[in-house]
Design a protein around this ligand. Structure first.
Ligand code: ADP
Ligand code: MG
Length: 232
């Protein structure tokens, strides 16, 4: 058994400043937050508040101007580019608003891709891909291409793909931005179930207040800051 209170992320005083021409854009002005295994954590805030910037830094897609990002025992801001790429491939699953599925590939092949990239055997891939499609309720859709599926189904393929390498952390940036209210709620429900049943933490950005009832904790963001303090 793994300990459910294990800290997955501890981000300390993250600053991210973009230089645009000669102007500085302060996307993050000193953000600290933490996420534990099994938690479904929300980042809620208006457009431009810094949600995507923060998510990209936690996932090793971007580097902060200053601050530390501890993921388990590593400060990922100190990793070389090569080690950061390894970290992303093995430890993090990403989910985007636009689903980002490959249109010429079946659901099975889309989910399988991250396992190919880390060199898993065919036998292991078949077993794990079907397990993940089952988890998102799409076993019967394995051979279908994205354009034959609804938006909600496509996002569930993307969720299966994010889970396939058993990451400790899944980052979802506005995953329901293109889905209707009812479908969005089934996705939030699925995330909640996944954090309970898989050994994973999920951090999701959203501006949908309906998401909050599914979450372990919600951080609110405004103007590059977190405005509520987490005490528990
Ligand atoms: P959110 O995801 O909450 O909408 P973002 O993290 O995308 O917010 O953006 C936060 C701020 O940083 C915004 O003011 C945005 O314009 C700015 N920003 C984001 N990415 C860049 C970039 N690559 N170059 C310059 N400014 C950026
Ligand atoms: Mg964003």
């Amino acid at each position: 058994m793994t300990n459910n209170t294990e800290t997955v992320i501890n981000a300390i005083d993250i600053v991210r400043t973009y230089k645009v021409d000669n102007l500085e854009v302060h996307a993050l002005r000193g953000v600290s937050f933490c996420v534990n295994t099994g938690e479904f954590i929300g980042l809620i805030g208006r457009s431009g508040s810094g949600k995507t910037t923060l998510l990209n830094i936690i996932g090793g897609l971007d580097r902060p101007t200053s601050g530390e990002v501890w993921v388990y025992d590593n400060d990922i801001t100190r990793l070389s580019d090569r080690h950061l790429t390894d970290f992303r491939r093995n430890k993090v699953g990403f989910i985007f608003q636009s689903f980002a599925l490959l249109p010429t590939m079946s659901a099975f092949e889309n989910v399988e891709l991250p396992m190919r990239m880390v060199g898993k055997s065919l036998r292991e891939r078949r077993q794990r891909v079907m397990e993940c499609l089952d988890m998102v309720g799409l076993t019967k859709w394995a051979k279908h291409r994205p354009q034959e599926m609804s938006g909600g189904q496509q996002q569930r393929v993307a969720i299966a793909r994010a889970l396939v390498n058993r990451p400790g952390l899944i980052l979802a940036d506005e995953p329901t931005g293109e889905l209707d209210t009812a479908t969005s709620q089934t996705i939030f429900e699925l995330f909640k179930n996944i954090t309970h049943h898989e050994n994973v933490a999920i951090v999701m950005t959203s501006h949908d207040p309906a998401a909050e009832q599914y979450m372990t904790y919600t951080y609110r963001m405004a103007d590059g800051r977190i405005t509520n303090e987490r005490t528990a």
